[in-house]
Design a protein around this ligand. Structure first.
Ligand code: FE
Length: 233
């Protein structure tokens, strides 16, 4: 029965086509080798094998949870009046610090401090992938000169931003509160400097304290947020 229906449909189509086509064209032969339709199983869409799913593990840093978004931090549009002043490295630098944004460790005493900002060129344009190495004293004013406690380097992100999670450094004899830092953009010269805090009692008595290196502080419930932009020479 099905075969008869298919033949009728085929003839109808051919007849319709022939009526509008060139009348001199040879009428095509009707195929006679149409296989009989199966009557035992209903017509269903064939079940295709599941395509192999490859789970891509992205290494794109843009897809990581963004520290700034997560903490509701918006960096102010930078202004660049002068290059960041260089200062002495001091006696406590240890090279080859671990790469990390957080220097915080379990049980570390001190006031939590997040330092954030840009590394910028002379035209106040952000520099991505700039190397930044931080080191500092702990809340009691003591350095770890054996290991890498409160030492770490990082690279600015694609927007030229850095962030450091640490504690407020303590004072030590002769020095006000400060964080040491080295910054070097790709293909640029390295500067060594230090960051200071507003209202630190020791600022007035520190011989190398420089007010242009004071961070801009914002009190947050769980930490102090400090802004500082590095402008490279
Ligand atoms: Fe120091």
């Amino acid at each position: 029965m099905r075969r008869v229906l298919i033949l009728i449909v085929a003839i109808s189509i051919i007849t319709a086509c022939a009526s509008t086509a060139d009348v001199t064209a040879t009428q095509p032969s009707i195929p006679t080798d149409i296989p009989p339709a199966s009557t035992s199983t209903p017509e269903t869409d064939p079940v295709l094998p599941e395509p192999t799913k490859s789970v891509a593990i992205s290494t794109d840093p843009a897809l990581k949870v963004d520290f700034f978004t997560e903490n509701g931090i918006t960096l102010p549009v930078p202004t660049c009046s002068a290059s960041t002043v260089a200062q002495t490295e001091g006696p406590y630098y240890t090279p080859n610090s671990p790469e990390r944004n957080s220097l915080l460790e379990e049980g570390m005493p001190g006031t939590r401090l997040f330092v954030v900002g840009y590394v910028l060129d002379q035209n106040c344009q952000p520099l991505s992938n700039a190397w930044i190495d931080f080191w500092q004293a702990d809340a009691n004013g003591e350095y770890d000169n054996v290991g890498y406690t409160l030492r770490g380097h990082q690279f600015t992100d694609e927007q030229g931003r850095y962030y450091l999670q640490t504690v407020l450094p303590g004072e030590y004899p002769g020095r006000t509160q400060h964080i040491h830092v080295k910054v070097q953009p790709i293909g640029g010269s390295l500067i060594t400097s230090q960051l200071y805090f507003p209202n630190s009692p020791g600022n007035a008595n520190d011989g190398i304290f420089d007010p242009t290196l004071i961070v801009q502080m914002e009190e947050r419930p769980a930490y102090i947020l400090a802004y500082f932009n590095f402008v490279m020479q």
